[in-house]
Design a protein around this ligand. Structure first.
Ligand SMILES: [Zn+2]
Length: 257
């Protein structure tokens, strides 16, 4: 009986909580407001950085930090044109000294890239721009909120009730943790690819780098795809889809250069 009630509550909530995303126009399940998502990312980001610092894994390489900052600064300007509210975001980027092939951008613009992906793939600036453009696109497209909403739906009515009733962020903190470890689905990945290559082109970064990036990623991961890639579209399909975007992106890139 209780279970039925919870399911009914979840269904009702998801009916009222379906919103068209302002950037993509796609309907999303949204049980978390943008403010809530950003507040929980601020917590998760501070925690991630302080743990990295304690372990001596927060990169102090000034050249690399400067390079990443220069690239993301240009992307952030374009993010503001794609989604005006992001101009108010408190953007931040960290370089984490770990050998993993990873990068991310949380809701509200808290970003990180790992030295592993830069060094192992010998990334060019254009390729770093493609990675960070893709990650920023996830944030602009509200994918983090979508994941938090899914995590919340998984955790059931207990969390949901308090979310709907109040704005108890202590409840949201574990949800943010779950959301960070939940993979994006393929639809979201393709969407982030599409908008990410455009952000990078408008910021003056070569769209062809999206192809070389995923080729390198495919070679590096071989049959043992890192977790970062496991839910991402198969490299072949992804490269094909990105290739199809290149002709439309080249004029944006030429104009921005
Ligand atoms: Zn992604």
């Amino acid at each position: 009986m209780k279970r039925t009630l919870v399911v009914t509550a979840l269904l009702a909530a998801s009916l009222v909580a379906c919103q068209a995303n302002p950037v993509s126009g796609r309907n999303q399940l949204v049980l978390v407001s943008e403010e809530q998502a950003q507040a929980s990312s601020v917590q998760a980001y501070a925690q991630t950085l302080s743990e990295a610092r304690k372990q001596g894994k927060l990169s102090t390489d000034a050249a690399l930090n400067g390079r990443v900052k220069r690239i993301t600064d240009r992307l952030i300007v374009q993010a503001g044109n794609m989604y005006a509210p992001s101009r108010q975001w408190k953007w931040s980027v960290a370089v984490i000294d770990e050998p993993t092939l990873n990068a991310w951008c949380m809701p509200g613009g808290k970003m990180a890239i790992y030295t592993g992906i830069v060094e192992k793939l010998k990334l060019t600036d254009d390729e770093i721009a493609q990675i960070m453009g893709h990650e920023i696109a996830h944030a602009l497209l509200g994918h983090g909120r979508e994941r938090m909403s899914r995590a919340m739906a998984m955790q059931g009515g207990m969390t949901l009730g308090s979310i709907l009733a109040g704005r108890d962020l202590s409840v949201l903190a574990p949800v943010a943790d779950v959301a960070l470890t939940l993979p994006n689905n393929r639809e979201n990945e393709s969407e982030a690819d599409r908008y990410g290559i455009e952000l990078a082109a408008r910021a003056g970064y070569n769209p062809r780098a999206a192809i070389s990036l995923w080729e390198k990623m495919g070679t590096a991961s071989g049959n043992n795809a890192p977790t970062f890639l496991s839910t991402h579209p198969a490299p072949g399909n992804r490269i094909q889809a990105l290739n199809a975007q290149v002709p439309r992106m080249m004029p944006l890139y030429e104009k921005a250069r």
